[in-house]
Design a protein around this ligand. Structure first.
Ligand code: SAM
Length: 278
């Protein structure tokens, strides 16, 4: 059956352009166009939105985004071998796909897109958390409305983790402070070509207009870094040196100095950051 865009199946695209997967670029491709369309739908209503896609590879998810009605897609791909395949996708959707051959870590994307902007990507695992941390640490509200991103399942679980669990830490606090992150799909290794060694999961982040609890981002980042760098220690000891009388400051924030980082909810860390800033 012909696909909606009239382009060949992805297996053929990969063969025709010699796109053997490169491990160092985190290349695990999605070849099922029903699945890539499903991921595009998980991003919400794309009609009327510009979409940033990082790492389009042979273009499976890109085709899903365009078929699901994205107004424009900016796709940033580091591997120049993928450009001819992506040029074919661009030709099938005139004026709607721009491809940049670059490292996504080096591009100022906000300047190239028109709001509302959604970010959707099957991220290269080696740059996934770095890009996510940047997108979550910018001035607020950020340039994007939502993020719909594939991660290793273990990373996705760290993003949505709650206090008291092993997965709870800085990434959970950063994500949950100013967004509502949810795991919306999990995928087995066989969904990818070649299959990675681990399961994967798609996380959808809806941005909140304002943080859940007030705090200075830099102070919050500093205090959570210190607390979780020694997560098994009591806070009176892991945060020693931050201010002369840390025990009093902790108590004023409603935290017992003998508690450990992984027991403290987001609200507690924000209260502590406010005390330290004030
Ligand atoms: N989106 C495709 C899919 O779903 O089948 C490919 C996903 S694959 C997991 C990750 C892609 O990101 C690869 O095409 C790889 O070349 C690209 N990539 C890796 N590092 C990158 C970087 N720093 N900037 C932009 N693209 C990168």
């Amino acid at each position: 059956m012909a696909s909606i865009d009239g382009l060949p199946p992805l297996r053929e695209v990969i063969r025709a352009h010699g796109l053997s997967a490169k491990k160092q670029l985190g290349q695990n491709f999605l070849l099922d166009l029903n699945l890539t369309a499903k991921i595009a739908r998980l991003a919400g209503d794309l009609a009327g939105s510009d979409v940033l896609e990082v790492g389009p590879g042979p273009g499976g998810l890109t085709r899903g985004l365009l078929a699901e009605g994205a107004r424009r897609v900016l796709a940033i791909e580091k591997d120049a071998r993928c450009l001819p395949a992506l040029a074919e996708v661009a030709a099938a959707w005139p004026g709607r796909l721009e491809v940049l051959n670059a490292d996504a870590l080096d591009v100022d994307v906000a300047a190239r897109l028109t709001p509302p902007i959604r970010i959707v990507a099957n991220l290269p695992y080696n740059v996934g958390t770095e890009l996510l941390t940047r997108w979550l640490s910018s001035d607020w509200p950020p340039f994007w409305e939502s993020l719909t991103l594939m991660f290793q399942k273990e990373v996705a679980e760290r993003i949505v983790a709650k206090p008291g669990s092993k997965a709870y830490g800085r990434l959970a606090l950063l994500a949950q402070w100013r967004t509502d992150p949810k795991i919306v799909l999990t995928l087995p290794p066989e969904a990818f070509t070649p299959p990675p060694s681990i399961h994967s999961a798609v996380v959808h982040f809806t941005r909140l207009e304002a943080p859940r609890h007030p705090a200075d981002p830099k102070v919050l980042a500093r205090v959570t870094a210190m607390a979780f760098n020694q997560r098994r220690k009591m806070l009176r000891s892991s945060l020693k040196g931050l201010v002369p009388d840390i025990e009093t400051v902790l108590r004023e924030a409603g935290i017992e100095p003998t508690q450990r980082a992984e027991e403290i909810p987001l609200e507690g860390f924000c209260a502590l950051a406010r005390r330290l800033a004030g």
